[in-house]
Design a protein around this ligand. Sequence first.
Ligand code: PEP
Ligand code: MG
Length: 759
Amino acid sequence: MLTILRRIVLEFSQASELDQALLRLVSQVKNALSTQCCSVYLADHEKQHFILMASNGLAADAFGRTCIGFTEGLVGLVGQREEPINIANAQQHPDFIHAPEVEEEHFKAFLGTPIIHQRKVLGILTVQQEQARFFNENEEAFLVTLSAQLATALASVEAQGMIELSHSNQSLGKNLAGIGGSPGVAIGEMIVVHPKADLSKIALNKVSDSEQQLMIFDDAASRTVAEFSQMSEKLKAIISDNSLDIFDVYKQLLESDNFKAEVIVKIKSAWNAQSALKLVVDSYVMQFESLDDEYLRERAYDIKDLGNRLLNNIQNLAEHNQQLPEQFILVAEDVSAAMLAEYQHLGLLGIVSITGSNNSHTAILAKALNIPAIMGVDYLAIRQLHKKQAILDGYACQLYVTPGDALINEYRHIVAAENKLYAQVKEEEHLPASTKDGHNVSLLINAGLSAGFEYSQNVGADGVGLYRTEIPFMNRSCFPSESEQTVLYRQVLASFADKPVTMRTLDVGGDKSLPYFPIIEANPFLGWRGIRITLDHPEIFLVQVRAMMKANHGLGNLAIMLPMISSITEVDEANRLINQAYYELTSELSCDENDVLDRPQVGVMIEVPGIIFQLEDLAEKVDFFSVGSNDLTQYLLAVDRNNSRVASLYDFYHPAVLRALDYIAQKSQQRDVPLSICGELANQPTGALLLIAMGYKNLSMSAHSLAKVKWVIRHVNYHQLKQILERVLSFTNTSDVHSYMHEQLVSLGLGDFVHARLQ
Ligand code: PEP
Ligand code: MG
């Protein structure tokens, strides 16, 4: 049954025509359950009814025509109750409605299950039978499981607008929704880059150029073998030999005559390289999955992985010669921070990422670069977007594909209005960040991208509160040397010569990876990240802090910050290494009393919740605290900041997060430890005001947000903020915090900033 179920779902998600896919689906389900009728209804939420889309058993004339209101009939009842309904004799049920055009008079037994995606009913799947009987438990379980799996595929079909388009005359462009990554509007051509290779999403295709396909496959196979060798070489230093055996298994499989020969045979019979690979991998997977031996069954996973790696190389070869237009919107399955670093200079207007969420590092970097972005766009047919025109609305989190002229004009007006408002706040950017009643705070910038750096110096910042050193490490093929790092850090420190610059030691892992230092983990955000990696690799840590201190020689404005600290031992070890580097350098640079090498201040990021309960211990060891509210929120709420499925649960204004931030501020004040915050919360006018009221004196944010945050601060009274905070900290629900803050900003005369467009 499981194999049948998988096959039905797989075929459904690979189909390109919705109507055909639904027809095949109902026939397959009818056969699988040996019943006499299977039908599928899809919801039209605007019109509040279900439409009979396909059936094997009901009259074909009714497809696309028969509509059942959300509160009508048995289908409506399944939708309303959001649970399966199993009835022995439907016609005797009080909710049964007779619809003569579907010709169902002879059916008595009825089983209907809702198809629900993210709490939204997308449709209803029903089976019917002439004999009056209840469907048995296995039949019900099959239909429920199938509906749950179909939901994801259907949601993406809905996102593609195919449901509406297939039964109406609308010719509007598609409108795809996502999660806000970075505000702003981009209008331009979309370029789809390196979709994450996934054999299960490949549609089978035949071609006439078999010779070329053979070359592509051969080349991809050699590249994949080479990659495995490189990977296992690089990982040798980090993980045990046993764990590396898997690479040998992959290489052997790839070089085995059977596997390659089978793909070649398929290519010779006119399948393109991707299809041939898919057909062979699928048949191997089926064989392995049907074996009794558990170990061998698990090898199916290896074969799938190998297939995807090969596919990746086949696709890269096909895209290799792609010419980029002068300006473009980058679309990819998973736009990584490294990809952003790679494309930012090449005319990047905007970003659309199928995966990811609003606080992933890609989104943070996009904000820092002022590039509009939307993440988590639930869309499977990503390749269809290639070279199409689009409007990307990073405020409303919408992507309009092939928009009409009227919509483009409307958006040009939005951009103009936004620019006007921004010009207004820019007028005050060089004035002090001081409230109307004279409470002063420092506004600093988060930096790390060389391209944004020049811009950052002119925004009226009081220094750099967070320099993310990992970004310059990304777009390279090996770790930068000590002298390369020294030059880079010197540039940053010299640009802010009279102002403090806080440099964070390398914080990779989680959703930030280095191409030359792969970290493969099941749970990366809880794994080998930040300080955990650099303490395990003192040679990387020492080179970096030496470079920082060398760059600081003669300037003296450096502070070093340690990421992801979760224990006092880590601080002790890091301090020991920093001291070692300091003493080595003092003697290497032959410093004397006239030429002193400054020992920089050392602080820690407060972003792992556990360490909040050791702030007093920490206060003994470090010079300052800086709250990383992005990770702190993720770990406090147990919500992956990068996962679009739980994005709505990730909220800085959750009472637990706000109370934790307030507690940190109180503890720091008690112990007299300088405190700053460098997470995204400080970028938001609402967040900045609450933080100031809590006692945060140093707010670090993206350069682009600084002017608007400063403007807001300059137009409020500190004593009012204190009252607002007191009320906010009494709320038990996130939604209450949002609505109260919304009202307060309006009554403080900051209406424009309440509008999502400037938040
Ligand atoms: C944070 O976690 O808030 C932070 C500033 O660090 P990053 O976003 O780089 O993890
Ligand atoms: Mg962090």
